[in-house]
Design a protein around this ligand. Structure first.
Ligand code: ATP
Ligand code: MG
Length: 413
């Protein structure tokens, strides 16, 4: 019969690579908790409208990349990102009534119909943070700090933090108009996507990866607009304060005036963290402030800022040799299956991961198996059974000693 294969752009995460995933998840819990963030888990599918409104219907995500399907005459979509879902839950569960800031973090699979390539899948995983209720730049700094410290905790160093300010809707309107004005003469030479962006979301023009478009954007009169300072005094002050905090905290950053981010809802601070050790898909983290999203999705006016990281990209950067291998603690080696199973269950009840031979193999074979999967062999021979003791062999150092059954747990721990 024909074999059924894994779908294009999706991957199994196999037992021999799971330890890096456990490592990323454990560190996320540890680091984000230190900042007072609590984990939230939202459903993998939501009403399509949530993403149309929450991500923005001029974005690539909503226009091209969503897995949308109908069920009972309802249009549903597999989440392409998790900010919209978290915001929906924030509103639905009245979290604006909690004392601000409300700090949430999440991890889990996301779905985007994209062309699969290195660092780009159709089902991939993100870990992210959202902080609600604070409009001051201290929140922007803290969120960037959380991202940087999380990446550090994974042992990742060679990273560049890029920041930019998109200003408020008013300054953005000004900028959009100026940009459209200088680009207008070249409109017919731009790619098809850019022609649509020009009408629907001109900021996203800067995000275009087509070389011919980039060449046009590098013309002096267009660069003068891009590199010019368009944000209003208040937004400029917010941005200056953020930079000040980052300086004080010792976080190095670069200003990237081309950084506009893919999503529609950002205002003021946007940031990206790039790895200098990845190919063309080098962004490991993207984030920004979205002060109007909660209101736009029907909630109370609540400022917010957050980020998301691509876990596959993180996994590819992590040096696995630094992560302790996940082995079973003990393997009971014995020719007496009844005694072996009893001891195994005793140890498990004490919280020690333990296995024994299920197949009645010869003693030596059992020892071989033990040294493959466990840290200790717990040997239960006739002598040991008679004297109510066991021999513990450290499978790393080959050291071995006989201890009383009562002292076994203590020895393994
Ligand atoms: P890109 O420019 O790489 O398409 P994006 O702006 O679409 O990124 P975001 O929506 O900001 O990405 O998602 C945050 C992070 O999630 C990215 O920086 C990246 O690490 C990861 N990511 C996004 N899309 C994918 C994908 N298809 N496969 C793997 N990781 C992804
Ligand atoms: Mg993308």
């Amino acid at each position: 019969m024909a074999m059924i294969k894994v779908q294009k752009g999706t991957k199994d995460i196999l037992p021999n690579e799971i330890n890096v995933w456990h490592f990323m998840e454990k560190k996320a819990n540890e680091i984000f908790n230190k900042y007072g963030a609590k984990e939230i888990r939202t459903p993998i599918f939501e009403a399509t409208e949530l993403f149309a409104r929450g991500v923005g219907d001029t974005t690539d995500i909503v226009n091209k990349e969503m897995y949308t399907f109908e069920k009972s005459e309802r249009s549903l979509t597999l989440r392409p990102e998790n900010t919209a879902g978290v915001v929906r839950s924030f509103i639905e569960n009245g979290m604006h009534r909690l004392s601000a800031p409300v700090k949430l973090w999440y991890k889990g699979p996301m779905f985007r119909y994209e062309r699969p390539q290195a660092g780009r899948q159709r089902q991939f995983h993100q870990v992210g943070v959202e902080v609600f209720g604070i409009k001051q730049p201290t929140a922007d700094a803290e969120v960037i700090l959380m991202a940087v410290n999380y990446l550090k905790s994974l042992g990742l160093n060679d990273l560049t933090v890029e920041i930019n300010s998109l200003g408020c809707p008013t300054c953005r309107e000004n900028f959009k108009n100026k940009l459209k004005e200088v680009i207008k003469p070249y409109l017919s030479q731009l790619c098809e996507d850019c022609q649509t962006r020009y009408e629907k979301n001109p900021l996203r023009l800067l995000d275009c990866k087509v070389p011919e478009c980039q060449e046009i954007f590098s013309k002096p009169e267009i660069q003068a607009v891009i590199q010019g300072d368009f944000i209003c005094e208040e937004c400029a002050e917010h941005f200056e304060e953020l930079k000040n905090y980052l300086d004080i905290l010792g976080i190095k950053y670069e200003r990237n005036k081309l950084l506009v981010r893919g999503l529609d809802y950002y205002n003021r601070t946007v940031f990206e963290i790039k790895s200098n050790n990845l190919g063309s898909q080098n962004a490991v983290c993207g984030g920004g402030r979205y002060d109007s999203l909660v209101r736009n999705l029907g909630g109370e006016d609540t400022p917010a800022i957050g980020f998301a990281m691509g876990m596959e990209r993180l996994a590819s950067l992590i040096d696995v040799s630094n992560i302790p291998e996940e082995k079973t603690t003990a393997f009971v080696v014995s020719n007496n299956t009844i005694e072996a199973v009893k001891l195994t269950e005793e140890l498990r009840a004490e919280g020690i991961s333990t296995e024994f031979d299920l197949t009645n193999k010869k003693f030596v074979k059992q020892l071989e198996k033990a040294s493959k999967v466990a840290n200790f062999a717990v040997i239960l021979g006739e002598d040991e059974i008679a004297s109510n003791s066991v021999t513990v062999k450290n499978l790393l150092t080959s050291e071995q000693k006989t201890v009383k059954r009562g002292n076994l747990t203590e020895n393994l721990k």
